[in-house]
Design a protein around this ligand. Sequence first.
Ligand code: 1GP
Length: 253
Amino acid sequence: MVFQHKTSVYRYLMNIRENYAAGFFVLMDPDRTRREDVVEHALKCCDAGVDALLFGTSLMMRTGFEDMIGAVREAVNIPVIIFPGGRSQVTEKADAILFLSLLSGRNPEYIIGEQVRSAPVIKSIGLEAISTAYLLIESGRMTSVEFMSNTKPIPSDKPDIAVAHALAAELFGMKLVYVEAGSGAANSVPDEIIRRIADEIDIPLIVGGGIRSAETVSAKVAAGASFVVVGNHLENHDNYFDLKAFVEAAHSK
Ligand code: 1GP
């Protein structure tokens, strides 16, 4: 799908959703990606047909985030989207930001606090913000996002609770729902939760966390994911040979 920087990322994503079974995103964690490798890896993603690159982390152990995003954006012809762990990850070097609210938690800082602090900056730099409900689902052991956000995830065997949160997001007018098992999760988001949410909402559903095979991508798409995200598995760059299979698993109807 053709993307030109400065055009609406949201419209591009909706186009992907119409033309493929689902879109496929790669998450690049700036704490775990080396600056000298990042452009090469981003170009490999483009070659394999990845639809967008997400950049973000729950922590941020190093400097150079802006420089990394800017260098990648100059090199690729797919959107570079910030997936922020906090307001320090807002930069004009990206094409858009997922303007996340951690709706599954009850920590006001991650529902509205960080957002209030970052909104004026986002407005002043003219960055496209895509309003996104972020729902953390329990995945077998504590994840970084659970610890750092100091929130409890939704139990993985309680799809009704997940559905109610997704419906609240839709009623709020949010544009996307991201169901997250957490980066490196032992278990990905259960297909049953995806199916139940997808049956109830019209807005697109992003699914990520703990996905390590093309078969799992296919299962998430069959359950109703509109976009699938893989990060950790591809941080071992020997796994890049899998990329085309991951993309095809998402795209094929
Ligand atoms: C994490 O959903 C993303 O925020 C991707 O998770 O790193 O486990 O693939 P993984």
